[in-house]
Write a new protein. Sequence first.
Length: 407
Amino acid sequence: MELFRNPNFDFLGKKWYFLAFSLVFSVAGVCSMLFWHGIPLDIDFRGGTQVSVKFSRPPDIDSVTKTMDRIGYHNARIRSFGGPGSNELLIDLPQELTSEQALDKGKEQIISALHTSAPAGKADLNNSSSLAVADFLLQNDPLHLGTDARQRYTALAQQVTNYRDKTKGGVLASFDDLKGVVDQAVLNSLQEGFYLSDFGVYDVQIVGPQVGAQLRKQAILATLYSLAGMLVYLAVRFEWIYGVAAVITVFHDTLITIGAFSLTNKPISLTVIAAILTLIGYSNNDTIVVFDRIRENLKLMRREKLGDIVNRSINQTLSRTILTAGLTFLTVLALYLFGGEVLHGFSFALVIGILIGTYSSIAIAAPILVAYQDWRLARSNSGLAAQGATGRNQTGSGRREKAKARA
């Protein structure tokens, strides 16, 4: 299947427009990383504690930020999580809260601060563990099971918390939600000892600063090793300039992709690094297809200029490039739109990277080859001209010496 029948687009003639396009996005990303948002790192790389909170209604981020300031977490980062209507927030706490004791303390302080009005003597069922619920039921024994009640009440407490977390998403709107889940006697007992807040802390993650630093180092090394391996492979398969062009192209793609994360202030996590490494391979594959066609045409069209050969090679592979990249782009776009918040960063990197990677294989890698060839040709011509001038000077000097000898 071909989208174009004998296309003849002058891609190299538009190289300055391509260069301007790349410079705009590259400079914008670099400026964002240096002066605006920096490189937004997720908890995987910077360390700290991340608390996931689900609310029964749309939360007010400004109000939650003020609450965190009030309890001393001035550097807490708060952002929405999940799709529309999920009512979830991610609260990132500073790195100093990375011990088990600090983790429990930080969680308790957040829960305590988010409680606007708590009835005296009652615990919050939305933020109680199954063990706390089981202990309460065992103490009150609403089913009058006697001394052999621990196993039964432990199972009932697990049933309540599983229903809250898995069916209701971590937040019970009212005690009526538990009707049909537990006996009425158990439900009445729970109403006497618990109340329901409008939020629930359902996940807490902790990464120490040393682990974060190690992950950062490993991510950088993985990226550099992949670039070095690609340079060696292309230098062996083609020529060293092909490898250099491919590495510059992939560096261009990576810079723009990371710049897009900085401009949109999206955190870079381990899954994003996996997406970037995937893009390095994908962009390299596209570039190799174009380079391979250039190498074939160099043997067939020896008398034509390199620029014409490169242009024809790009046009010959254009249908294949658009079909392959287009289908891949539709897949990752669907992943971005419907894959959920967990895959949002991964799919966003793929969406940006596939667009830029396909563009750079045509607009960046090929012009680098032509530019290098033109530079080498100009240098060769200047060398020949210099040798010719030296030869003429030597010939003139010889003639003058012979004339003096005859005189």
